[in-house]
Design a protein around this ligand. Structure first.
Ligand SMILES: Nc1nc2c(ncn2[C@@H]2O[C@H](COP(=O)(O)OP(=O)(O)O)[C@@H](O)[C@H]2O)c(=O)[nH]1
Ligand SMILES: [Mg+2]
Ligand SMILES: [Zn+2]
Length: 313
């Protein structure tokens, strides 16, 4: 019999979870009712301990969720090594706010971001200007399209032995790229999803597929994401903008927020105007939230509506 202590959650739908044991065998599990009470939800990517349930339809029962090294709220996934932040070079129009927020969340949670620019085969694509805007941040950038096999090879090398997820808007090409990376193994991923009973072309759930000794996850697209849901504060935000952070040492005042203060070095530097505008917008918004949360937590115990905690360095 398989040993599911520990096992990894590959997928969860309707309270049932697909587990993979250390030997790669899979099985379906339910979760103990207790997790909900603890505010814990078994999440794809989680390591869990499971025991036989005695129910032939759902043969396993999850008893414990092992501590997470990180967790994302959107996409909902735990224990990531790397996140492929996918932006379309043309259609749908790239959502740079989403990309900046995901980058910030990655750097705050020790998840290596990879910025993947898709649809570079289409006319009038913005790949070059997108790359120019993000190059100074130091993020790894990959341009790709279905014919560009060298980009697929590059990505495959980055994924060996790691747990990696796609994130980004709907329609940017996450599932297409996942299928390309699997190449000949594509049929197998189709078979996995058919068994769990969903269509092959719309991604409705987060799902991890074994890949090169690690896992690759496809995720549904999402349209919005608030940095505050991830517990990011105004002072944290600079971590999402390394090109601002390196210049911040030259600002006249420590704690400069780079919102137009006297002696701010950012005003004299060449930062991509879009990146800077988004930094300033998010900073203004986050600084408005923080004093509120602070005063509340000083007078009251932590409220459950507060952002979830995250793993810190
Ligand atoms: N021309 C072109 N079309 C692409 C590319 N990537 C994805 N597509 C198309 O864009 C649509 C959405 O792709 P899909 O992978 O479902 O996006 P997802 O919602 O992010 O998973 C599909 O019709 C794909 O064929 C690309 O690099 N070039
Ligand atoms: Mg998809
Ligand atoms: Zn400054």
């Amino acid at each position: 019999m398989s040993d599911f202590s520990p096992a990894r959650i590959l997928k969860g739908v309707g309270g049932q979870y697909v587990l993979a044991g250390s030997d790669g065998t899979t099985g379906v599990a339910s979760a103990r009712g207790l997790f909900r009470k603890d505010g814990l939800t078994p999440t794809p990517g989680d390591f869990v301990e499971a025991i036989p349930s005695g129910d032939p339809d759902v043969p396993w029962r999850i008893l414990t969720i092992l501590p997470r090294k990180n967790e994302l709220v959107r996409p909902t996934i735990a224990n990531l090594d790397s996140l492929i932040i996918t932006l379309s070079a043309t259609d749908p129009a790239p959502d740079f706010q989403l990309a900046d927020k995901l980058l910030t969340v990655c750097w705050l949670n020790q998840i290596e971001p990879i910025l993947c620019i898709t649809k570079t085969d289409l006319l009038n694509n913005q790949a070059e200007s997108i790359e120019q805007a993000y190059r100074p941040s130091g993020v790894t950038i990959v341009r790709t399209n279905p014919e560009d096999t060298s980009s697929h090879d590059f990505l495959r090398r980055l994924l060996i032995g790691r747990v990696v997820s796609f994130a980004g808007q709907s329609g940017v090409g996450k599932s297409t790229l996942l299928n390309q990376l699997f190449g000949v193994a594509k049929m197998e991923t189709g078979a996995v999803s058919d068994r769990i009973g969903r269509g092959r072309h719309t991604t409705r759930h987060v799902e991890l597929f074994p890949f090169s000794g690690g896992y690759l996850a496809d995720t549904p697209g999402f349209t919005s994401l608030e940095l505050s849901e991830f517990g990011v504060t105004g002072t944290d935000l600079e971590i999402g903008y390394p090109e601002i952070q390196t210049i911040a040492d030259h600002c006249r005042f420590t704690g400069c927020r780079h919102l137009g203060e006297l002696g701010c070095a950012i005003d004299r530097a060449t930062i991509d105007p879009g990146r800077l505008a988004r930094y300033r917008q998010f900073r203004t918004e986050l600084d408005r939230i923080k004093p509120y949360n602070q005063s509340r937590s000083q007078t009251q115990p932590q409220s459950p509506s507060q952002p979830r905690g995250r793993t810190r360095r």
